[in-house]
Design a protein around this ligand. Structure first.
Ligand code: UDX
Length: 447
């Protein structure tokens, strides 16, 4: 089948590569010419395991191509996926301008029947709005060309995006057209072999499914972070509590890891967008407000704890930071908890030596070269002469360090762990002062 994907971000690029991999002819369009030039060389502008290979294969087979030409992109295919960004505005609403720009371009250039599919995470009602917008524009131009629409949200996780897309848990298709449903069933046939994964519904329900999934997962995390804070206060260990509740299959082990807050491009944005949407319909979404507020507090926790222990004047002090990305296996620092640590330390006059297996460059791009930031090449380099170690991301490389070496490199043996990687009793035995999240035993001394 012929497919055009508008937008070469995470969602668009992964989907384009995956579709080309199973034999569809895919054009991926982006207005960013520099990005398109790089992609034509299979040079992926972000780190995502397995993606560059898939893109190289797609380019070599001729099934995947990249363009900046909107008209050609519209006319190349029968199926047009909208995968452009919907960044948050200051009040939490999603900025829909890029989506509507693509819709206008489709209406301007289409010359035959099109199926327009929204894959970007969008406010409920967008797919119907996009379809109405295109139909109105065609009508105004006096052109009578059939156009249909579907919502087909994406549930991929950064760091495992390729695998998630190749083996989806479910394929949600929101359309009012039985023909479109059948066509999309064919499109996804390679991903729907062992059991029926396609869930058909109307477009608003599909859009709401995506927002609700992310809000539910974010709620689990904020709930656990709240429990961690209570555990700290009452002298319990949240890691034991986590294991204790996760064993109940009704609760399960996933997404109940307490930590220094959730980040990334989806949870923070989608929780706020859903809350905003509810507000537009006069509903006060109090749970979502609490989820967001709890997360903001949690992101500040590590920096506050460093200050409570080392003082609010960190002039002349250096903090080692392990992990900059919002989670492992990505170089993405959007809404990353590490940013709150960096900015908190800097605001008290401290200096940071940071190591991340992938996100060092992203950090420099974000903050620029500055005297109070050093990005190191090895995790050990960050420790040398530092007054404490703060851990923000659970990269595999951080799980089993040589603690004797850590001790000898740090000025004093002091660790603030935002991901609960270590056993507090063991570190105490080694003579390391250790603060996890919600671990009663280790937290009495700090705020
Ligand atoms: C998320 C959804 O999982 C995915 O389905 C959706 O399509 C996009 O948003 P992603 O943002 O890539 O994916 O990352 P995810 O693995 O969900 O983690 C999000 C954040 O939550 C990270 O900062 C992570 O560290 C944090 N997290 C996750 C926790 O703090 N505790 C947990 O138990 C799980």
């Amino acid at each position: 089948m012929n497919i055009t994907i508008f937008g070469s971000g995470y969602v668009g690029l992964v989907q384009a590569a995956i579709f080309a991999d199973v034999g569809h002819k895919v054009v991926c369009m982006d207005i960013d010419a520099a990005r398109v030039d790089r992609l034509r060389e299979a040079d992926v502008p972000f780190f995502e395991p397995g993606l560059a290979n898939l893109i190289r294969n797609g380019l070599d087979s001729g099934l995947l191509s990249f363009t900046t030409d909107t008209k050609a992109a519209v006319q190349a295919s029968d199926y047009l996926f909208i995968c452009v960004g919907t960044p948050p505005t200051s009040d939490g609403a999603a900025d829909m301008s890029q989506v509507m720009d693509v819709a206008s371009a489709i209406a301007r250039y289409m010359a035959s029947r099109k199926v327009v599919i929204t894959k970007s995470t969008v406010p409920v009602g967008t797919t119907d709005t996009v379809l109405a917008h295109i139909k109105r524009a065609l009508h105004d131009q006096g052109r009578d060309i059939p156009v249909e629409a579907a919502s087909n949200p994406e549930f991929l996780k950064e760091g495992s995006a390729v695998a998630d897309c190749q083996s989806p848990d479910r394929i949600v298709i929101g359309t009012r057209s039985p023909t479109v449903l059948e066509q999309m069933r064919r499109m996804y046939q390679a991903f729907n072999r062992n059991r029926e994964k396609i869930m058909a519904m109307d477009p608003p329900s599909a859009e709401m499914t995506k927002l609700t999934a992310n809000a539910m997962l974010a709620t689990k995390i904020s709930f656990m972070n709240e429990m961690a804070n209570i555990a700290e206060a009452v002298g319990a260990d949240i890691e034991d509590v986590r294991r204790g509740i996760g064993a109940d299959p009704r609760i399960g082990y996933q997404f109940i890891y307490p930590g220094c807050g959730y980040g990334g491009s989806c949870f923070p944005k989608d929780v706020r967008a859903l809350k905003y949407l509810a507000g537009q319909h006069d509903h006060r979404a109090e749970i979502l407000t609490a989820v967001h507020d709890t997360n903001q507090r949690q992101k500040n926790k590590l920096a506050e704890r460093v200050m409570a222990r080392l003082g609010y004047d960190l002039t002349g002090k250096t903090i080692a930071l392990w992990g900059l990305s919002f989670k492992p296996n990505t170089d993405d620092m959007r809404e990353a908890p590490s940013r709150y640590v960096l900015e908190g330390i800097w605001s008290c006059g401290g200096r940071v030596k940071a190591f991340d297996p992938q996100a060092g460059q992203a950090c420099l791009a974000l903050y620029g070269e500055r005297d109070d930031l050093v990005i190191t090449e090895h995790k050990e380099d960050a420790l040398e002469g530092a007054d404490a170690l703060v851990i923000c991301t659970e990269w595999k490389a951080f799980w089993s360090p040589d603690f004797e070496q850590v001790k000898s490199l740090l000025k004093q043996p002091l660790i603030f762990d935002g991901r609960n990687l270590y056993n507090p009793a063991y570190l105490e035995e080694l003579g390391i002062e250790y603060y996890g999240i919600g671990r009663g035993r280790s937290l009495h001394a700090a705020a």
